[in-house]
Design a protein. Structure first.
Length: 304
């Protein structure tokens, strides 16, 4: 059974389980980097929140031996217990003055996102694109993002230039940057026992001779956009008085490496490509390019 057939069977079974008061359908959802996922949409007359439950993880579970009946049971349980039951007033989203204070930006690659970029306001930046979203904060839904489309820009009678101006102010405020050593990041990912096993003497000098710094935001979500925060790279570079390479680790962070003449661009480029191929989910790849910040010229460029 292929995933399309699987999705159809799941859709029918979930619909029967929930009953006639619900409409259940499957739609293909365009994600980052050309990735298309199968979303199960459930509509109820009693609420205006239409959740999208992505079926790929359940497809993998089915391939590993989980029965279709168990998958349907899990999906229905998620919908009944974890999806907000109340309706949400979205009329505010029609008013530009109501949303302008939470319009932010994020970075995606241009290659592989051609179809997506046709439908959203964006600004080319090197081999990347600056796209926009509304950062919502709701007691019912929690924290999340609504991608801004060309239709929103027309509704609000605004321009890409105005969106950028707003996002340059809002994004650093709502998603403050963090720049930590690789040692600090790895330590956060380990338990104390794991850290002591890797570093029994308790020395924080793993990268002291060739320091790597991870730049992201406090939420560690789409934090690669920190590289375009106004004046941020200038501030970091002038503090060290040196140029640095920027390695696109993923859409969520970039790695800064001081240019000490110890690595060649070719080596770093190969490392980026290998990591993207083996360690990063396809929809989270930012770029295969190697960037360089020149603190005297105060600019970023692609060098390889």
């Amino acid at each position: 059974m292929e995933i399309n057939e699987f999705a159809g069977k799941v859709c029918n079974a979930v619909g029967k389980k929930l009953g006639r008061a619900y409409k259940v359908e499957v739609r293909e959802v365009q994600k980052n980097n050309g990735i298309v996922l199968h979303g199960l949409l459930i509509t109820a007359d009693s609420r205006n929140v239409i959740p999208t439950l992505y079926l790929e993880p359940f497809w993998e579970a089915y391939q590993s031996g989980t029965t279709l009946a168990e998958i349907v049971r899990r999906l229905v349980k998620i919908y009944r217990e974890e999806i907000p039951k109340a309706s949400i007033d979205m009329d505010f989203f029609r008013q530009f003055a109501e949303v302008s204070g939470r319009i932010c930006y994020r970075l995606v690659r241009q290659g592989g996102n051609e179809m997506l970029l046709q439908d959203v306001p964006h600004i080319p930046f090197l081999d990347l694109a600056i796209c926009f979203f509304y950062a919502y904060s709701s007691e019912i839904l929690g924290e999340g993002a609504i991608r801004i489309h060309n239709s929103h820009m027309e509704l609000w009678d605004t321009s890409t230039k105005e969106l950028l101006e707003l996002a340059q102010r809002n994004t650093p405020k709502l998603f403050p940057w963090r720049c930590n050593s690789m040692e600090q990041v790895l330590r956060e990912m380990m338990t104390e026992e794991e850290y002591r096993a890797e570093n029994p003497e308790g020395r924080e000098v793993l990268f002291a001779d060739n320091p790597l710094w991870v730049l992201s935001n406090a939420q560690r979500a789409y934090g690669a956009s920190c590289m375009i925060y106004p004046e941020l790279l200038k501030q970091l570079a002038e503090k060290e008085e040196r140029n640095f390479y920027i390695l696109p680790s993923s859409i969520h962070e970039v790695i800064l490496l001081a240019d000490q003449g110890m690595e060649t661009p070719e080596q770093l480029k190969d490392m980026i490509a290998e990591v993207n191929k083996t360690q990063v989910a396809p929809e989270e790849v930012l770029s295969d390019s190697l960037y360089y910040y020149d603190f005297r010229k105060k600019n970023i460029s692609i060098i390889f």
